[in-house]
Every structure is written in structure tokens, then in C-alpha cells.
Design a protein around this ligand. Structure first.
Ligand code: NAP
Length: 235
């Protein structure tokens, strides 16, 4: 592989915003690793994109399973020896329209496990590859629901807390990581996917475009910030 080709990895790349991110990164010249927790779905999604002559490979990674994340990092290290862009996109929305104290606690636990701890373990496992080359761009796909101001309104508690924690992680890691490694969070807005539903006004392509620019920001670019449509938002 040419040294000039940058390698990008997307979690939850088999459908929705993640699938579109994989496609757009490949169209922009990245060698892209599509990851999915399900080998069949991941393989099928990868094949679909390969038919468009895009440079994509597939690695299994389940965010709820630390060993799966560790193995994926080993595979990427062995096969590519580098990682330039990491997009923590995979997420779940398990809400059942109940107050936090009334919901089955497993809803909160499972949501935190994927949306927060999953992203944390992925970053933890892949950051050594970035530190090795002193370069990396990490993007956490968050949500407006993760803004502190959203905590003033009832409902969607598990999802909101998971994204609030993800935003906090983004800022904290930005303060801790050295070198030209930048980590930012993005709200893709309301997007027409399985999670967003058919009424959502934004397409996955529009969402992906609003996320992609953070993959290529220079050394003076933002770090530890939260964006919507390319604009910094308060949280
Ligand atoms: N859609 C919206 O309106 C919207 C708004 C704000 C933020 N977001 C955020 O955008 C991101 C993508 O959402 P989306 O709308 O594309 O959702 P989606 O269509 O439901 O897709 C979710 C993706 O995450 C994967 N995933 C879930 N749990 C996983 C796990 N444990 N390990 C690995 N992969 C896992 C799914 O894999 P499977 O196919 O195996 O289930 C799927 O690929 C999420 O973080 C979401 O919170 C979405």
C-alpha cells in the first residue's frame, strides 16, 4: 500500500450514516475499513461498495465486546500498520418513552455500553496506532440530545446520558492526547435511517458530508469541540 494513502475506519458501517461515511471516505481517496458487529451484514455492505470500485475492506467489531474490539485493532495493525481516521459512528437508541427512574435499568446500561463504553474502548484500542505516527483524526458521532441544555427536559434519558458522556469523553481525551491527534464530536441532525425513521428530513449523504470535513482538518483545526453543520455548538 502506498505511504500516501490514508486509512480510515468506521464503526457500524453496514447501514445508515456509517455506510454512507464509508462510501464518502472511499470516494475521497481513503482506504476504508468498514466494521460491523455482524459478519454477514458487514460482508454484504462491503461487497455493495466494492462493486462501485471503492477501496474498502471489512473487519468484524462488536462494540459491546472488548475482546472483539481488541482483535479488530490487532488485525488493522497487522494489515495496514496505521490508522489516520477513526469514526465512532455505531450507536443504539433503545428508548421506550419512560422516565429514567421508571425504565428498565438495562435500557440505560445497554445504551451506555454501546454509545459510551463502546466508543471509549474503540478509541483506547486504536489510539496507539495513531500515536505511533503522531497523527490522527477521531470523530465521535454524537447528538444534539447530548447537549447539557437537553438535560433540562424530561425524556430520552438513556440516549441523552450516553451522548452527554460521549461529548465529555471527547473533550477530556482532547486535553489528554498528545501530538497532531484531534478528537471532535458531531451532531448529524435528524437523519433518515433505521434509527431516525422515514420522516427525518436529512439524508445519510448530507449527514456524512457534515461529518467528513473533520477527517481532513489540519494541525490548526479544532480539538475537543462539538459541531453541527460545520459550526461549533455549545454543550
Ligand atoms: N439518525 C439520526 O437521526 C441520528 C441523529 C443524531 C445522532 N445519530 C447518531 O448517528 C449514529 C448512526 O446512527 P444511524 O442513524 O445510522 O443508526 P442506524 O441506522 O440504527 O445504524 C446503527 C449502526 O450501529 C451499529 N451498531 C449498533 N450497536 C452496535 C454494536 N454493539 N457494535 C457494533 N455496531 C453496532 C448497527 O449495527 P447492526 O446493523 O448490527 O445493528 C448499525 O450499523 C449513531 O451514533 C446515532 O446515535 C443519529
Amino acid at each position: 500500500m502506498s505511504k500516501d494513502i490514508k486509512v480510515a475506519l468506521v464503526t457500524g458501517g453496514n447501514r445508515g450514516i456509517g455506510f454512507e461515511l464509508v462510501k464518502q471516505l472511499a470516494l475521497n481517496g481513503f482506504k476504508v475499513i468498514l466494521t460491523s458487529r455482524d459478519s454477514e451484514k458487514g460482508y454484504d455492505a462491503t461487497q455493495k461498495l466494492k462493486e462501485l470500485n471503492l477501496d474498502i475492506s471489512f473487519v468484524v467489531m462488536d462494540l459491546d465486546n472488548q475482546e472483539s474490539i481488541r482483535q479488530a485493532a490487532i488485525t488493522v495493525n497487522e494489515q495496514y500498520g496505521r490508522l489516520d481516521v477513526l469514526i465512532n459512528n455505531a450507536g443504539v437508541y433503545l428508548e421506550e418513552n419512560k422516565k429514567l427512574v421508571d425504565m428498565d435499568p438495562s435500557i440505560l446500561e445497554r445504551t451506555m455500553a454501546t454509545n459510551f463504553f463502546g466508543a471509549y474502548h474503540v478509541i483506547r484500542s486504536f489510539i496507539p496506532l495513531m500515536e505511533q505516527q503522531g497523527y490522527g483524526r477521531i470523530i465521535n458521532v454524537s447528538s444534539e440530545y447530548g447537549a447539557m441544555s437537553e438535560m433540562s427536559y424530561p425524556g430520552v434519558g438513556a440516549y441523552k446520558l450516553s451522548k452527554l458522556a460521549l461529548n465529555g469523553l471527547t473533550r477530556l481525551l482532547a486535553a489528554e492526547i498528545n501530538g497532531d491527534i484531534k478528537i471532535n464530536a458531531v451532531d448529524p441532525r435528524w437523519v433518515s435511517t433505521d434509527m431516525g425513521g422515514p420522516s427525518a428530513p436529512r439524508t445519510p449523504k448530507q449527514a456524512a458530508e457534515s461529518i467528513l470535513w473533520l477527517s481532513t482538518i489540519g494541525p490548526e483545526g479544532p480539538n475537543g469541540e462539538f459541531f453541527r453543520d460545520g459550526k461549533r455548538i455549545n454543550w
